[in-house]
Structure formats: C-alpha cells, structure tokens
Ligand binder design. Structure first.
Ligand code: NAD
Length: 474
C-alpha cells in the first residue's frame, strides 16, 4: 500500500495474493490493510489537505497533466500488468490505460477555465460564491475496470482540492498502486493520494466509517452499495454510488444490421462481459430477429478465448472462480428450467490451455423467459439473453422492467424512434446506434438501483466541492 508518498507493508504483516486469472499463477502479493492502516492513511491525507487546497486549480491540473504524459509513455507496461491481474486481452488493457490518461487530461484541461459566480443585490451588497473542497475523500473501486474507475474518482476529487484514500479491489490492486507511484512522480505532494490495499470488510469498512472522511465514492455491487450508504449515513457523509446495471439494447427493423450485430458482440463480450454498462438484455424486433440472431451466433462462434497476453485473443478469462461459478449456475438453472434455448456456449472452456484459468465460453441464449434470472439479475459475465419483441412499445416496456437503470441503447435510423426511447427508457445514458462508450467529458451514472450521483464531466468536479458565500455589504 502507499501512505504519505511511501510504500508500506501495513501494521498487521498479513498479505493478499494476487493471482493471474488465466493461469492461476501468483503475480504478486500486497498487504492486507486494517483499520489502523486506514487511520494512518486518513491522517496523512488530512495533513496534506491544507496546502493542497490552497494551490491554484491550474497548478493541481498541471500535475494531472504530467501524470498523463508518464502514463502514455509507460502504457505498454501498465497494460501488461493490468492483464496479468485482471485477465482482459492486452488490447483492452491498452484501451483502458489510454482511457485513464484521457481522464487525467480532460480534468487537467478544464482546470484552466474554472469560473466563479457572483450575485449583485442592489444597494444592500454583492455576493461572491466559491466552490471549496470537502477535505479527505474515500474511494472504493471494483476489479472489472480498476484503472479507468480509479481515474473517474481521483481526477475530479484531487483537482477540486481534496485529498484521498483509495481502496482497490483485492484481486486487482497492482496497477492502481503503480498509478499512485506515477502521480507522486508527477509532483503530487506526499499524502494527497493514499492507497490502502485490503478486503472490503476490513479496509473498505474502515474508510466508510472513518469520521474524518467527508465524502465517499463507491463503485461496485448494489448490495455493497446499500450497506455503505447505511454506514455512511451515521456520519452524514456525502456519497456517490455507481452500482450494477442490466442495460437493454433494442434493435429495430430499420437498423444497420451488421453494425448492430457488432455492437451487440462488443457490448456484451468486451472484458468477458464484466462491464457495468455491458449489453445485458437484447431485444430484437420480430421482423428481423431470425436473421439478426443467426448472424450474431455466427460471429460469437468465431471469438477466440484465451490468455489475455496471447495474440489475437478476443476474450480473456473471468476475473475469479467465484464470478465464473455464479454465471455457470445461472446458465444451468436456465437449462434445467427450460427458460431459454442455448444457441452458443453454455459451459466452461475445456482443454489444457484453460484448465487453471476462469474461462467461460461466450454464450447466446434465445427465447428467454421474462422471469428467468438471466433477465431479472445482473449477468456479470459473457452470457447474452436475446428476446424477440413485436413492436417498440413492448421493447420499451421490457427495457424498463428492471430494478437497474444505468444505460440503454436503441439501434435505428429513425430519429423519432430514437427520441421516444430517450424520453421513455429510464437510464443515465441512452446511446443511439452505439453501446458501452463512456467519455470523460459527459456525466455518467445510474437511476433507480444503479446508483446515486454522477461521475465524469464538470458534474463530478462539482460533486467534490461545497459552495461558500461571501456577502459584501456596502
Ligand atoms: P463489490 O461490491 O463486491 O466490491 C467493490 C469494492 O467494494 C471492492 O473494493 C471491495 O473490496 C469493496 N467492498 C466490499 N464490501 C465492502 C464493505 N462492506 N465496505 C466497504 N467496501 C467493501 O463489487 P465487485 O464485484 O468488485 O464489482 C462488480 C459490480 O460493480 C457489478 O455489479 C458492476 O455492475 C458494478 N460496477 C458498476 C459500475 C458503474 O459505474 N455503475 C462500474 C463498474 C462496476
């Protein structure tokens, strides 16, 4: 872990092993952080706050900019490390590392044009409204996109003048630690960003409960988010929660079919399906569904699954045995209850190349019953349920028939259809003829059980500040 600008082994001398999900081999080990380690990290962050908050936003932005330069320089090594601990194909790791550099650069860029506000009150006076940082903030992140999500949290928080304690997921802490070191090398003062490795129950809970942590930004499972909200409520902490999703993709008869097939393929199987905004439910209009499903199945059957470090790999392993087991059980349940027809995949990968990794075959299931767990739960893995719908009304109704509302996409050439989906489907982002892309410039987050608050864009920067008013009486 990194506390006060130094690598430390932690107080307890216990370790967490980080294993390669493709081979089961040990990649490295990190300290299992405790409540005491979190206290040290919060103290370091608190001590660094006063000077960091006094720097101009432009100076803080320049450090993010320098860090982006180093990240771009080292992107190949960083991507390799990410694949070793997370499993995704190296191409996707490179995308993610570059995406992280984009986030650093976006916030460095907007630091130059931050404006203040003032209100004139006639003869009684004038008011100046400033946006001040909150203090020490906590960030808790998952294993699926550990690099990008680290950027979404630390960039707006640090740029706004806060200091931070970040906890990576237990299975993917290594690239996060390396990125912490890079920020320090770029000129971040000691203690501004501290990284405590460890489990959710120990280090995670300690961050949530620490009274000096004023805001928490959490990305992860809905159940964990709900627990965190309850714990944070005791100290009235500010919260951003980015939780699960079950994004629908709707394909209309006028859509560009081949483009939509590729959209569904990437939307579902990117990162072995372990993406919050992945296509998790596919609704295809009955006029084109036979043709569409046939084409999609053919494409799925061409995907090459293997160790993410290999060449021409389309999909890597899942991140853990536990995640693979969860997905496997859902598919078995569907098969046993005859709740759908498995057209492709539907089992773990067989053969010596796969025996020590958490590989699952890219899976396509058609005619899925509306009450099947494949439709009602979040499927965080490479399994795509596809349903045929008679019209747009039905597609919109089914799309909204969920507790989640993170993203959704509509594939059509007709603007009126797209506008209807935008107006009527509940989600934080609606894509037209696209799915999955989340640029740092625009707010991102969910409605309903998918979360509270927004990351990215100016919105995230504002969420790490509180306003204070100066009243000048004349
Ligand atoms: P998780 O909730 O199990 O873990 C996320 C993080 O929380 C980890 O660092 C974990 O150690 C920590 N944690 C666990 N229990 C905790 C506790 N009691 N107190 C404090 N911290 C605790 O989630 P996961 O399995 O790592 O991630 C997958 C989930 O994340 C999926 O549901 C996915 O949709 C969601 N996700 C959402 C977004 C988004 O932006 N909306 C992005 C990526 C992932």
């Amino acid at each position: 872990m990194r506390i006060g600008g130094k690598d430390t082994e932690g107080i307890d001398s216990r370790w967490i092993e980080v294993k390669n999900p493709a081979t089961g081999e040990l990649v490295d080990r990190v300290p299992a952080g405790t409540k005491e380690d979190v206290s040290c990290a919060v103290e370091a962050a608190d001590a660094a706050f006063c000077l960091w908050a006094k720097k101009s936003m432009r100076d803080r932005g320049m450090i993010l900019f320098h860090a982006a330069e180093i990240v771009r320089d080292q992107h190949k090594d960083l991507a390799r490390l990410l694949t070793l601990e997370q499993g995704k194909p190296i191409r996707e790791s490179i995308d993610e590392v570059r995406g992280y550099a984009n986030v650093l650069e976006f916030y460095a860029g907007i630091s130059a044009w931050q404006k203040g506000e003032s209100v004139r009150l006639g003869t009684s006076g004038d008011c100046i409204i400033v946006h001040q940082p909150l203090g020490v903030c906590g960030a808790i992140i998952p294993w699926n996109m550990p690099v990008l999500i680290m950027g979404w949290k630390i960039c707006p928080a640090l740029l706004a003048g806060n200091t931070m304690v970040l906890k990576p997921a237990s299975s993917t802490p290594l690239t996060n630690l390396r990125l912490g070191q890079i920020l320090d090398d770029a000129g971040l003062p000691k203690g501004v960003l501290n990284i405590v490795t460890g489990s959710g129950d120990s280090a995670g809970t300690a961050i949530v409960k620490h009274p000096a942590v004023r805001k928490l930004s959490f990305t992860g499972d809905c159940t964990t988010g709900s627990k965190i909200r309850e714990m944070a409520g005791a100290h009235l902490k500010d919260l951003t929660l980015e939780l699960g999703g079950s994004d629908p993709m709707i394909v209309m008869p006028d859509a560009a079919i081949d483009r939509a097939v590729e959209g569904a393929l990437r939307g579902r199987f990117y990162n072995a399906g372990q993406t919050c905004t992945a296509v998790k439910r596919l609704y295809v209009h009955e006029k084109i569904s036979d043709q569409f499903i046939q084409k999609l199945k053919e494409r799925i059957d061409t995907l090459t699954v293997g160790n993410g470090l290999g060449s021409r790999i389309d999909m890597g392993p899942m991140n853990s045995a536990q995640q693979r087991e969860r997905i496997s059980q859902m598919v078995e349940e569907t098969r046993e209850n005859k709740e759908g027809t498995i057209l492709s995949g539907g089992s773990t990968m067989k053969g010596t190349a796969y025996e020590h990794g958490h590989f699952y075959r890219p899976t396509l299931v058609s005619n899925v019953a509306p009450d099947s767990r494949l439709v009602t739960s979040e499927i965080f893995g490479p399994v795509l349920p596809v349903m045929t719908v008679p019209d747009l009304d039905c597609a919109i109704r089914e799309a909204n028939n969920t507790r989640y509302s993170l993203g959704a996409s509509i594939w059509t050439k007709d603007l009126t259809t797209a506008k209807r989906v935008f107006d009527e489907v509940r989600a934080g982002i609606i894509w037209v003829n696209r799915h999955l892309t989340v640029p740092p410039e625009v707010p991102f987050g969910g409605m309903n059980d998918s979360g509270i608050g927004r990351e990215n864009g100016q919105h995230a920067l504002d969420s790490y500040t509180q306003t204070k008013t100066l009243f000048l009486g004349w």
